[in-house]
Ligand binder design. Structure first.
Ligand code: GLC
Length: 537
């Protein structure tokens, strides 16, 4: 349905989503790992910051082979994180504050310890045999096809007992479910229902584009652009093992369930080129509300590339398809480590002024950087399985830096992953009262978004771009207009406002103390500066 501009936009359109990695946010029970009660203790902070929704990476019972993305029970809480009662208390507190909670749903695969898989692997005629993807060996005993696992090695694991291979897109401890089986579909819809009935406001659906594989099990072709530094998985193009047309029927079914509740959201984790990504909105927007748009993560940080990507995305969105933007997540290097601390301020301004829902990764708001992890302390299986490629995701999953106390206020004991060496200088407590800090910048950007509808429901119009600058206007029809100019380089830049007839006042700059100045006809920007200008008309 078309939304009249006077209506209040839905929360997941106007609000900012905050992703937190539960192991690393706040440890309340003193075991070095974060937990639900810890999250609850920090809700004051999230409210002060100004985000609307919290997305928590998986908190379900799990053997933790992939840190919770290997689930052995979909409808309970891992004791490490707390209990269902703790969960209900957290959810109630979140709702009492007018905030929302998004859970991580991992439908593509279970843990190999999940009772469904234990049954499935017990014999060939077990009723759950067909819940997973079992295939015979080729005549010579080799794997059924050439598909590779994302965390290294082949995607097929031999089962001695029943003399067949099973498919796993990730670890062998994460067997893929057979989503062509209606019983599997029903079972997972029931899981969703369980949490929706409990009151959760939506799901981030893990590896949505993986859920259905080619019915003929054809070999994937080689990737001509493969380079040795890449994960072994990238040696092939996963054209038969992912993004199959039938996936959209599943997404539609999941969405139909959500639509039976009020204002719930479905976000899809999908790493695909834009023209394929947008198909996950579904025909007439009956698919995911927000197929994650990872361009700001995957593309080189270069003004011309980013400007083109923004416009390509805006142009490719289906009618009524709502955009979204992300800078970091628990699988990727942090933004401050990819582009540097000064550019990360420009990135923050980009994230929070583009059209669409921003997702903010915990710690980015204080400029947290990837933390080097000594080899003997690496935990992430992706890092351990391909040791020569520096692919561990641990550096971006380290504990939140709250204050200058012992263990940065995260825990009373040594945390599960090491803290950043500079946690004593880079933390929430210090940055809260420093107007020049990253945290203050994020907070001001969030306040601006809340105060001005131009940033939420406003149009996006590109203005000018070159090898240094990106600029665009956000405008509420019949309301205010804001110009955003971002310098994506460390050199000074000039924005020619005069020849475009643009006049106005800078209301926010990434450079401390550089706001409250007029937009000049030949507007100089410092290196690493971004400005938001309120236009005169
Ligand atoms: C997704 C998750 C990642 C996990 C993988 C397998 O990509 O974000 O953390 O390892 O799926 O579930």
């Amino acid at each position: 349905m078309k939304e009249a501009p006077t209506q209040t936009p839905l929360w997941w359109k106007s609000g900012v989503i905050y992703q937190l990695y539960p192991r690393s946010f706040q440890d309340a029970n003193g075991d070095g790992v974060g937990d639900l009660r810890g999250i609850q203790q920090r809700l004051d902070y999230l409210q002060w910051l100004g985000v609307k929704a919290v997305w928590i990476s998986p908190i379900y019972p799990s053997p933790m082979a992939d840190f919770g993305y290997d689930i052995s029970d979909y409808t309970d809480i891992h004791p490490l994180f707390g209990t269902l009662a703790d969960f209900d208390a957290l959810l109630a507190d979140i709702h009492a504050r007018g905030l929302k909670l998004i859970l991580d749903l991992v439908p593509n695969h279970t843990s190999d310890k999940h009772p469904w898989f234990l049954e499935s692997r017990s014999s060939k005629d077990n009723p759950k045999r067909n819940w997973y993807l079992w295939r015979d060996a080729k005549e010579d005993g080799s794997v059924p096809n050439n598909w590779l696992a994302a965390f290294g090695g082949p995607a097929w694991e031999w089962d001695e007992v029943t003399q067949q291979y099973y498919y796993h897109a990730f670890l062998k401890e994460q067997p893929d479910l057979n989503w062509r089986n209606p019983e599997v579909q029903e079972a997972m819809l029931k899981v969703m229902q369980f949490w929706l009935d409990r009151g959760v406001d939506g799901f981030r659906v893990d590896v949505m584009w993986h859920m259905i594989k080619d019915g003929q099990w054809r070999d994937n072709p080689p990737n001509p652009d493969y380079k040795p530094h890449m994960g072994t998985y990238d040696q092939l193009l996963p054209v038969y093992s992912t993004d199959q047309p039938e996936v959209h029927d599943l997404v539609r079914r999941m969405r139909a369930l959500l639509d039976r509740y009020t204002e719930r959201v479905m976000i899809g984790e999908i790493y695909l080129p834009i023209h394929k990504l947008v198909t996950y909105y579904g025909v007439d927007n009956t698919g995911a509300h927000l197929p994650f748009n990872f361009q700001l993560i995957t593309l080189p940080w270069n003004a011309a590339t980013i400007a083109a990507a923004i416009n390509e995305y805006e142009g490719a969105l289906p009618l009524e398809g709502w955009p979204n933007w992300v800078l970091s997540n628990h699988d990727q290097p942090r933004i401050a480590s990819r582009i540097g601390s000064d550019q990360a301020r420009v990135a923050a301004m980009l994230l929070l002024t583009l059209r669409g829902t921003p997702t903010l990764y915990y710690g980015d708001e204080i400029g947290m950087r990837d933390v080097p992890i000594p080899w003997n302390q690496i935990q992430d299986p992706q890092g351990l399985n391909m040791p020569d490629k520096n692919l561990s995701r641990d550096p971006a999953r380290t504990p939140m830096q709250w204050d200058a106390m012992v263990h940065a206020g995260f825990s009373a004991v040594r945390p599960w992953l090491p803290l950043e060496r500079h946690a004593g200088q880079r933390n929430v407590a210090l940055q809260r009262n420093d107007p020049g800090s990253m945290l203050s910048l994020y907070r001001r950007l969030l306040q601006l978004r809340h105060a001005e509808r131009a940033f939420t429901i406003g149009n996006y119009t590109p203005v000018y771009g070159d090898h240094q600058l990106i600029s665009y206007i956000r405008e509420e029809i019949g309301g205010k207009r804001f110009l955003i100019v971002l310098n994506l380089t460390h050199r000074t830049a000039l924005f020619r406002a005069g020849e475009r007839g643009l006049k106005g006042t800078v209301v926010l700059s990434t450079v401390v103390g550089a706001d409250d100045r007029d937009l000049e006809a030949l507007m100089p920007l410092e290196g690493d500066e971004g400005i938001v200008v309120k236009l005169d008309s």
